[in-house]
Design a binder for this molecule. Sequence first.
Ligand code: OGA
Ligand code: MN
Length: 315
Amino acid sequence: MTSIASPLQSARIEAEPLPHALGAVVTDVDLRTLDASQFSAIRAAWLENLVIVILGQQITDADLTAFSARFGVLDEVPIVSKGQAPRYNKHISVISNIVENGVPIGGLGDDEVLWHSDTSYRDFPPSASVLHALEIPAQGGNTGFSNMYLALETLPPALRDRIDTFSVKQDITYTAGGQLRDGFTPVIDVRECPGATHPLVRTHPDTRRNALYLGRRRNAYILGLEVADSETLLDTLWKHATQDFLAWHHQWQAGDVVVWDNRCVMHHRDPFDSRDRRIMHRAQARDAARPARDRNADSSPHPRGQRFLAARVVR
Ligand code: OGA
Ligand code: MN
C-alpha cells in the first residue's frame, strides 16, 4: 500500500452508529491489513461509539492478538474456571460451551453471564476487549452492552455527588458466569476478598469524560462504608446502570469482531440452548496507567449517549 493510498483508504472506513445509546457497525475492512490511518479511524469510531462491530472477519488467533495490541498493551486474558481446559495462549480466552472428553474447552458455558466489565479485579484492567465469533448458536447467546458515561450522567445529582470520591473493591474469586476460578476459595467477607480497588467514577484517559465504573456486582465493596450500606448503595447503582435505555444487545454472526471499551461499557450475555455450539475467541489490551478520577476531567457529557437521548425525545 502506498502512502498516497492511505488517507483514501481510511476515508473509506464507514462506522454506522446504531439507534441505541452506544454502538456502531464497521463494514468493508480487513483487520489483517489495516494501515495506521485506517486503524486510527477505527479507534476514533470506537472512542466515539464505545463499542464497534466489525463484520466478516476471517482471522487467526495471531491476527486477533496483533489487532488487539494496537489498542494498548496486549494483556493476559482471565484465569480459567475450575475444571476448564488450561489456556493454550495467555493472550487468548476461549469462550465456549463445548465439552471435549469431559473438559470444557472454554469459559462461561451456556448460562446467562451477568453484567460486568472485564478483569476489573486487576490493578490494570483492560481498555479494549476484542471478541471474535467463530461459531454461534441458532438463537440466544446475544451480548448486551451498556453505556456507563450515560449511566453516570443520568444519576440523580445528589447521588452523583455522593459517590464522586468513592472507591470500590473488586473480587477475582468468581467468573462473571458465577464459576469459581481455578486456585481460589469461596469468599466469606466482601472486605477480605482478593482483588483490586478502583475509583467508582473514573475519568476516561482518551475522551476525558467521567464514567461509572462498577466492574462486577458479586462481592463488590465500597471502601469506608459499613458492609450493609455498601450493599444498599451498590444495589441502587446497579439498578440504575442496568436499565434497558442504556443498552443494546448484539445478535452475532460468525466472523463478527466486537471491540468494547471496558472503561465506559459493561457487557452481559444471554443464555442459549446447551445443545447448540458457541465458540468465541477473545483478546484484550490495557492502558499503561491505573484507572483514575481526574479532577481536571471534561465536565461535559460524552456526546454519544446524549445524541441518543435527544433523538429519542424527538421521535
Ligand atoms: C467475555 C464475555 C460474553 C460473550 O468474553 O469477556 O463476557 O458474549 N463474553 O461471550
Ligand atoms: Mn466479559
